[in-house]
Design a protein around this ligand. Sequence first.
Ligand code: FES
Ligand code: MG
Length: 611
Amino acid sequence: MDQNQDYDLGRPVGPVQGMRQGLTSYGDAHFSLFLRKVFIKALGYSEDSLSRPIVGIVNTYSSFNPCHANIPQLIDAVKRGVQLAGGLAIDFPTISLHESFAAPTSMFLRNLMSMDTEEMIRAQPVDAVVLIGGCDKTTPAQLMGGISANKPILHLVTGPMMPGSHRGARIGACTDCRNNWASYRAGVIDIEEIGMINEELAPTAGTCGVMGTASTMACILVALGMMPLKGASAPAVSSARLRIAEQTGAAAVSMIKAGDPLKPQALLTRESFLNAITVLQAIGGSTNAVVHLMAIINRHPHVAGSITLDTIDEIGRKTPLLVDLKPSGSNYMTDFHNSGGMAALLRELKPLLHLEAMTITGNTLGELLDAEPAIPIPRDLSCIAPFSDPIYPASSLVVLRGNLAPRGAVMKASASKNRALLSHSGPVVVFSGSADLAQRIDDENLDVTPESVLVLQNIGPVGNPGMPEAGLIPIPRKLAARGVQDMLRVSDGRMSGTAGGTIVLHVAPEAADPGSALGVVRDGDIVTVDVEKRVLRVEISDEELERRIAGRKAEIESEKTGNGKIEDQERKSPWVERHGMRGYRGLYMREVNQADKGADFGFLTAEGPSS
Ligand code: FES
Ligand code: MG
């Protein structure tokens, strides 16, 4: 017996790194592997299992997350796929974010989730990882973390929920949550009826069943080549969803066995992201996806900086809206799936796509589309319009600029309920924050008309940590009762992807920034929006604007004393206050960048520190 033989490191490793990854904990790699095997064997694994390609499965199940309620079944199906293909599947948890159960907002925690995902992928011995997610912030956080960790990743979404039913009409979260709540506020439906509707809006597990952020990001993942063509739309409760999970597990093993597993920084190119933006525009996707895409792109060392908000606007100008789904249209994700889903949509969009972009299957997007049989669906039964006869000619999502938003603002023009407002000037009614809005919006004496422009300040990334989805400023009750359904609204916040209206969002820089114009707009100023010209402007002179900003900067400066120490906590602006904050909140407040960069932490971006 050779006493000096190395412990089990002699086998050919090839692309399969398996249990041998990152063996530095104890200095001696052989002892580290020996010890690692001691503990993994406590779970019952054999030497045979441990010599296989290891596919990690990220488990974001939580009993607080109905959008992820089917994850246990999906994990089973992914494991089956992995094991049938000869790999070893090991699932592990990361945090779980649901829109309604992540105070102050799920967006506040998105970057934390991306760090959790990145570090757990990096820390553990996995050859590839299947990221199971679904609810709005999950898939962006997972892709941000996955790109930064740069081990092979594959996405699997939980899938959309089914629609419910009320008085014979289909309803679904969450466009219809808002429509019905607005009717209740306007006195059109009573408390009993809104209670009945509450029971039906989310009738099954899965993500919101309209083209909200979750569905938008799912479609984007297919366009990026990170999921199978059917991966975005198969319902959460369908057997198709489980087969996609099994297929994803098998694909993970094939990817590893292929020898040169495609890591996300190599697989995703500028062209992949241009395809994603084309799809975003063609589906009338969520405005939130713009923030997420910018964050994802800015994680990628070879793509960051080459795509900006202007790229999103430019692609919009040549991309028609083809998908008739709420909130821009009238259908649900199940209809999109039954109309052929992403395969049918991508086929229509072929003239605009970079078909040579690679996918996790090892085939290009064009090759995948060619291999997928086209099933013609009569026009009146499909919610996907042909390229030659679109629902909306172009520019579903637009980027506006001007003295009110020098770094850009975003509007989903296709979701406007009153197209006259797309070119509009009106006197401003300013609300200084969410609390001020809640206090005054329904005041009978509020000086507001349908022509007014409602401006909400201080709901940006720093102003109201997590940039809440409060950009859908409600129509003042007295106007809603008169039948006013839409008004021009402007803020530095976000809006749910399931909402609609003529709403300017993500104004950058945000009002909390002492240099921002949004922070010094006053009641009675005239604000102009001209979507055709992509303009968002406050009609005051440059001198007046500079004077107001200088005055505000001086005020904020005076809040600091000595070397920035804060004395009067009551009076502090968040811009000042953040320097005295502890924990994750302090980290978030100090490091978050503006919406045009994705509201990510600067130190996590490709332009940030390199090691
Ligand atoms: Fe999870 Fe809408 S709340 S997708
Ligand atoms: Mg949402």
